[in-house]
Structures are given as C-alpha cells and as structure tokens.
Design a protein around this ligand. Structure first.
Ligand code: SAM
Length: 258
C-alpha cells in the first residue's frame, strides 16, 4: 500500500522508540486509550496489550481496513477526520470518565490538533504525543524566548507539558525531513495558572502576537490603553514575547473590571 504523505503518513519503525512511547503513557489494565492516527498500528499493537480499551481514530479508509483485519474487536476504529470527532463525547460514550491519549500526530494539522486535544482537557489523564521537534519547542517555550507565542500559552495554561525525548527521521518510514519530539501533557497535575476567562486571555494573547515585534502598547493598541497596562503592572514598551502568562492574565483582569 502506498503511503500518503499529504496525510502526514510517516510510520514508526523503531521498536525501542515504540516501546518508550507506550511506556511513557503509564497505561494500566482498566484504562481507556484514545489513539489519534494509528496508521498501520505500530503503537496500537502495544496499546491493546496494556489497556482495557483502545479507540483509534484514522482518516485513511484503507488503513482502517488493515487495522480492523489485524486487531478485530480488540480496537474500536473510528474511520474519520479527527477534527470532526467530538473527543469528550467519544470518551464519555466509552463509559470512562477519563482516558489516556496517545498519538504520533499528522504534522500538517498539529497546531489545530493541540488546540482540540487541550480543549478537551477534562477527559484526559495525560497525553503522550509525537510532534515535529520545532512545534514541541514552541509548546514548552518560556516567555523571553523567540519561539514563545500563542501555542505556548494555550498549552501551558491547559496542562503541564514536558519534552520526553527526540526521535530522528531514521525511526520512521518514509523518513520525514524533520526531527520529532515526544511530549507528555499532564492534565492532572496542578496548573500553575489561575485563569478567570480563557477566551478573553487567548483573544488578548492572539492580538499581541499578531505583531510580536512591536511594543505591547502598540501591538494591543485596539484592545488596551496605557492605564490598563499600568494597572496590570506591564511596561508598555515591552515586547509581547517577554510577557508571562500571569502578565497577560493581569491585563485581562484589568480589562474585566473596566
Ligand atoms: N501511529 C502511526 C505510526 O506511528 O506509525 C502513524 C502515524 S502517521 C505520522 C499519522 C497518521 O495519522 C497516519 O496514519 C494518517 O493517515 C493519520 N491522519 C492524518 N490526518 C488525519 C486526520 N485528520 N484524522 C485522523 N487521522 C489522520
């Protein structure tokens, strides 16, 4: 069967890496595991050995047939575009309160998927995801770094994220042009942030990073004035990329009492 690179089909072939990823997910016998993009089942094979239940979401119908031949009733296959799947409803209909998410994510839609996965945070214990190394770096970037941005804030507000290890292109077939990182997103660890209104926060953060090279006073000129920035204890001359999540939250709280 030909691989479809337009669907981000780079299959894991390194046994040790597969073992490490599944091990990192800390799966117990009663766990429900949701896998995004199972492909030919490189991870799925080990997931069914360890979990109580596995649900796998795959867009490629030919791969769904292959998985169904290989795993039969051991895996519930959802043959669909994951972006159209209601993840919380999927977990709830599987009669589980929470699930573990595992996925070697298709790289062309990673940004949207990170939002979708973290948006459903109430149904996850944790997620172990493989992403392009640069995306992983952006997700965990602290303020002050050049790659800190919207994806960093969305990720860090919604879970405790850490990079576990990297995978070289040689661990995949066909080989991708990029290196990959395996990340742990812990949804049960206590978040460092107390966010009053997530929508407002993401709106302000998005506006600020649209013009990340400008001073925050100018980047947010349509949204806040100098008084709000003063109340939030933010130097209007600072660049958006130097403002911490707490700093953005203070701006939002000052806006809320206006
Ligand atoms: N898990 C397998 C492995 O590690 O060998 C395959 C990983 S491959 C990087 C990504 C998989 O996601 C492919 O099987 C691809 O067909 C599937 N995929 C791509 N876009 C998808 C989408 N929108 N919804 C669900 N699956 C998708």
């Amino acid at each position: 069967m030909k691989t479809k690179t337009r669907l981000g089909q780079h299959f894991l072939t390194n046994g040790a890496a597969i073992e490490r990823i599944v091990e990192a997910a800390q799966i117990e016998k009663e766990d429900l595991v949701v896998e995004i993009g199972p492909g030919r089942g490189a991870l799925t094979g080990l997931l069914v050995e360890r979990a109580g239940q596995v649900v796998a979401i795959e867009i490629d119908g030919a791969l769904c047939d292959l998985l169904s031949d290989r795993f039969g009733s051991q895996v519930k296959i959802v043959s669909d575009d994951v972006r159209r799947v209601n993840l919380p409803a999927l977990v709830e209909t599987s009669k589980s309160e929470k699930a573990i998410l595992v996925g070697n994510l298709p790289y062309h839609i990673t940004g949207a998927l990170i939002r979708q996965i973290t948006d459903a945070r109430r149904v996850w214990k944790r997620a172990v995801i493989t992403v392009q190394r640069e995306v992983g770096q952006r997700m965990i970037a602290p303020p002050g770094s050049k790659i800190y941005g919207v994806l960093s804030v969305v990720t860090q507000v919604r879970c405790v994220a850490k990079r576990l290890f990297d995978l070289p292109p040689t661990h995949f077939y066909p080989r991708p042009k990029v290196h990959s990182s395996v990340l742990m997103l812990d949804f049960e660890a206590n978040s460092a942030y107390d966010i009053a209104d997530e929508r407002r926060l993401f709106g302000v953060v998005r506006a600020a990073f649209q013009q990340r090279r400008k001073m925050v006073r100018n980047a947010l000129s349509g949204v806040v004035d100098d008084e709000i920035l003063m109340e939030a204890n933010i130097d209007g001359r600072a660049r958006p990329e130097t403002i911490s999540i707490d700093g953005f939250e203070r701006i939002c709280r000052a806006l809320a009492v206006r």
